[in-house]
Design a protein around this ligand. Structure first.
Ligand code: UDP
Length: 252
């Protein structure tokens, strides 16, 4: 049987939310099943999100994270943890991928996820916020072997793994079958809310693998860009004076 893909998407209400969720949903709709879209909201499951999920035709779970969080820097951390807990608790079997709602994904990426056995990673293209240029973050590979990293100036040597949140995926059994993967402890694997900005990914990945030898660069050679992390937000766009954007532009 084909391996299941488990896509975890934290989301929150803002002007472009409906646009983002529709766009991502339409890509996921094109991925051959089995694929499960876990969409996680904070505090309540909104009607608007529920409606979009119903319409996409993708198998989904609409999850609510109730952890109290006042830290604006958390940006989806608790929501991803809620999904991880759900996967662990229900022993869901598949390849877990964190797909934020606002990134752009190619179909090829999702097809490649099924080839991953333990932990797969690939380079992601992004805009460097301060420098007005596109940069890569992710592995440099020899075949599927990871031999180095594209880094950026911000955190050059300090980070163990230079991977974007949308630049890796892993086997869900690492979460609930520690013996199979000879994990040193069976403590739950979680994203931490206490790490410095830019270290969220590496701190998480360090719980999944010991080093590069346990990683699979995908597709072999790691020379393809399959998704883009552009940091575009409604608040930074330029609108004619006096225009007002609603909280959610899902107009029916
Ligand atoms: N997010 C969220 N609540 C927030 C901030 C972010 O659910 O208060 C989600 C957002 O929808 C996205 C992910 O977390 O799926 C990452 O957020 P964002 O794209 O703003 O972070 P960045 O890309 O700048 O790291």
């Amino acid at each position: 049987p084909k391996k299941q893909i488990i896509v975890v998407t934290p989301t929150y209400n803002r002007a472009l939310q409906a646009f983002y969720l529709n766009r991502l949903g339409q890509v996921l709709r094109l991925v051959p099943p089995p694929i499960l879209w876990m969409v996680v909201e904070m505090n309540v499951a909104s009607m608007e999100t529920a409606e979009i999920l119903r319409k996409t035709g993708v198998m989904y779970r609409h999850i609510v994270c109730t952890k109290n969080s006042t830290n604006v820097k958390d940006r989806g951390v608790h929501q991803r943890n809620a999904a991880l807990e759900h996967i662990e608790h229900h022993k869901l079997d598949g390849i877990v991928y964190f797909a934020d709602d606002d990134n752009i994904y190619s179909l090829e990426l999702f097809k490649g996820l099924r080839e991953i056995s333990r932990f797969g990673t690939w380079p992601v293209a992004m805009l460097a916020q301060s420098k007005n240029k596109a940069i890569l973050e992710g592995p440099v590979c020899n075949g599927s072997q990871v031999i180095g990293w594209h880094t950026n100036e911000k955190s050059k040597r300090l980070r163990r793994f230079h991977v974007d949140m949308s630049g890796f995926a892993f086997n869900s059994t690492i979460l609930w079958d520690p013996k199979k993967w000879r994990r040193p402890t069976s403590a739950p694997i979680q994203q931490l809310d206490t790490v410095k900005e830019g270290f969220q990914e590496t701190t998480f990945i360090e719980q999944l693998v010991e080093d590069e030898s346990q990683m699979e660069g995908t597709p072999a050679g790691c020379s393809r860009i399959m998704n883009w992390h552009l940091h575009l937000e409604a608040r930074n766009l330029v609108y004619p004076r006096g225009w007002l954007l609603q909280k959610n532009l899902d107009v029916v």
